[in-house]
Design a protein around this ligand. Structure first.
Ligand code: ZN
Length: 291
């Protein structure tokens, strides 16, 4: 008994000490404070900030910086310091590709120093979700920011990931930022906020009508035009597969297992957002189309 008590006592003393040493280690080495996010050049004048949350497009101009998305609330300071690594000028505009908090989370911070722009439906979704940092500027069909001789265009091209996705186009660089209309692993259809795979196919075709060779997805690695075509093709293919299964009497409960197909990477990504969060709504969407 005595030994056991002593053991507990020792543990109680050692644990806080271990934690303080660990905290000192983290503080001095910056394990948590630094290198959580990274900035890389996509093309001259355009960078991407990667790391947890949606990919940020960083467009440099001679009169300031235009950001596409701004990750989570806690990222505001780190985004600002990464931008300062590539430009001496301040962020002047932020375009949100949609309302999700991993893409618009630092809006409240940036509204103190810049203008935030989003599609009307994205702002409405933010209001319904009781989110902070509502954009002060909205648009419905298309808009542009002109700054330092650079034009950055934002288009609403139809429903897809949500009902308020912006496709941001850098015409001089032949590059698009697709927000979560493009995803490196597997997409999420946010049916609760107007998402639609039927709409998404049309929206993808509209994106492909733009003259681009490079695309920044909401999550994942930089894409080329072929990757975007493949994404559109897989969207059509999963829709056809689900329709075929439903015509053969698929039960909703069996959909997550039966949808799996070795030729369709989204259905093979067990931890991906398509399999994790989109299948029940997808089943309902395709069922309603068939009826
Ligand atoms: Zn999203």
């Amino acid at each position: 008994m005595k030994l056991k008590n002593l053991g507990i006592k020792t543990t109680n003393k050692i644990l806080p000490w271990l934690l303080s040493v660990l905290a000192l280690f983290i503080t001095t080495t910056g394990v948590l404070a630094q290198n959580r996010l990274n900035i890389d050049e996509v093309k001259e004048g355009l960078h991407v900030i990667t790391g947890p949350g949606g990919n940020i497009g960083v467009r440099l101009t001679s009169e300031g910086v235009i950001l596409i998305d701004d990750k989570f609330p806690q990222d505001f300071e780190e985004i600002q310091s990464l931008v300062a690594q590539v430009s001496d000028l301040p962020v002047r505009y932020v375009i949100n590709t949609h309302h999700h908090g991993d893409h618009s989370g630092s809006n409240a911070g940036f509204l103190q120093v810049a203008e935030v722009i989003a599609h009307k439906n994205a702002r409405d979704n933010m209001i319904r979700g009781d989110q902070d940092g509502l954009p002060r500027m909205i648009y419905t069909n298309e808009t542009s920011v002109f700054l330092g001789g650079v034009e950055v265009q934002a288009f609403y091209m139809g429903r897809g990931h949500t009902n308020g996705d912006s496709v941001v186009y850098f015409p001089d660089l032949k590059t698009v930022h697709g927000g979560d209309l493009l995803h490196g692993i597997a997409p999420f259809v946010d049916y609760g906020n107007g998402g639609s795979t039927r709409g998404w196919v049309g929206t993808m075709n509209n994106i492909l009508s733009l003259d681009f060779d490079t695309a920044i997805p909401g999550h994942g690695s930089i894409m080329d035009r072929r990757d975007v075509v493949n994404f559109r093709n897989q969207m059509e293919a999963v829709r056809e597969r689900m329709a075929g299964l439903i015509r053969n009497g698929l039960d909703a409960d069996d959909a997550p297992e039966r949808i799996k197909d070795s030729g369709l990477s989204w259905t093979q990504a067990e931890d991906g957002l398509f399999m994790q969060r989109s299948i029940p709504g997808f089943f309902d969407e395709i069922s309603a189309e068939i009826e």
